[in-house]
Design a protein around this ligand. Structure first.
Ligand code: SF4
Ligand code: SF4
Ligand code: SF4
Length: 261
């Protein structure tokens, strides 16, 4: 029997789900190996009988947490899908300010206090609320990796996701390092798997695939020294997708070994 797959979204731009809708004829190959029982973007039907839940978006409110827990209870396998879900992504930028201040900035004097819909907490990635089995990284994730993860799960295999830096793929592409051109790239601490698409096209990596579980801290400090950059600049570059990873509470060793801490 084919595994039943359901897609869900929380706070997001839905660009990750669009990547699947855009698979075009490849989607037929996926339908050969899985039954899609819920996918709001492309079908009306919905079923709560699924094996694999693929969840896009960040968690912003207590009501989202409750819904996510229900999804987790139904699913045998839960996959966090895209940067908003895997690391909080751009939605976590607001965690740099108190929730009340952010609400005031967005809604002004509108009374949102007594409305459940507006009861907002700090932004969380999916694994800060429920256990996650697998991750599909990126903003948006690349389609080859989406196919690889779904196919592996359908075949009962563990998907292989790189845990080495974007620099490896960048070097393979024979690019001139962007630090040499005066740009600040966080490829050295970011998980590869995107083919170093940004630096290959002249834009520094912003870390959308998340920070490596064990970045080479010595190498990063050496790099900062060589280009006369500061640890603070590195932290600031990471706030686009990875706000909070430099918090010692999150166990990011970079924070304890950085010379400016
Ligand atoms: S990860 Fe990027 S593409 Fe996906 S929902 Fe979030 S902002 Fe959109
Ligand atoms: S451009 Fe970025 S990803 Fe490429 S080698 Fe330099 S630091 Fe690494
Ligand atoms: S190069 Fe960096 S920002 Fe660009 S897609 Fe890859 S991980 Fe994301």
């Amino acid at each position: 029997m084919k595994p039943r797959v359901a897609f869900f979204d929380f706070s997001s731009c839905e660009g990750c789900q669009l990547q699947i809708a855009d698979l075009e004829e490849d989607i037929l190959n996926l339908i050969d190996i899985v039954d899609i029982v819920s996918f709001r973007e492309v079908m009306k039907e919905h079923s709560d009988d699924y094996d694999i839940a693929i969840v896009e978006g960040s968690i912003m409110r207590p009501m989202d947490e409750q819904r996510l827990r229900r999804i987790r209870n139904h699913a045998k396998i839960l996959v966090a899908f895209g940067a908003c879900a895997t690391i909080g992504g751009v939605n976590k930028i607001r965690n740099q300010w108190p929730v009340k201040k952010v609400m005031k900035e967005v809604y002004g004097d509108v009374d949102v206090e007594n409305n459940e819909f507006f009861k907002v907490s700090q932004t969380k990635a999916i694994n800060e609320v429920v256990p996650v089995n697998y991750y599909i990284h990126g903003c948006p994730p690349n389609r080859e990796e989406i196919k690889h993860v779904i196919t592996s799960l359908a075949l009962g295999k563990k998907p292989e996701i790189p845990n080495y830096p974007v620099c490896v793929e960048c070097k393979k592409n024979e690019n001139v390092c962007l630090f040499e051109l005066g740009k600040f790239c966080i490829g050295p601490i970011t998980r590869a798997g995107c083919g170093a698409i940004c630096p290959t096209n002249g834009s520094p990596c912003d870390g959308c695939r998340g920070i490596l579980s064990k970045p080479d801290v010595e190498c990063v400090m050496e790099l900062l020294q060589r280009y006369d950059l500061t640890y603070e600049e590195m932290k600031s570059r990471c706030t686009i997708y990875n706000t909070g990873v430099f918090n010692p509470k999150d166990g990011m060793t970079l924070v304890r070994r950085g010379k400016n801490e």
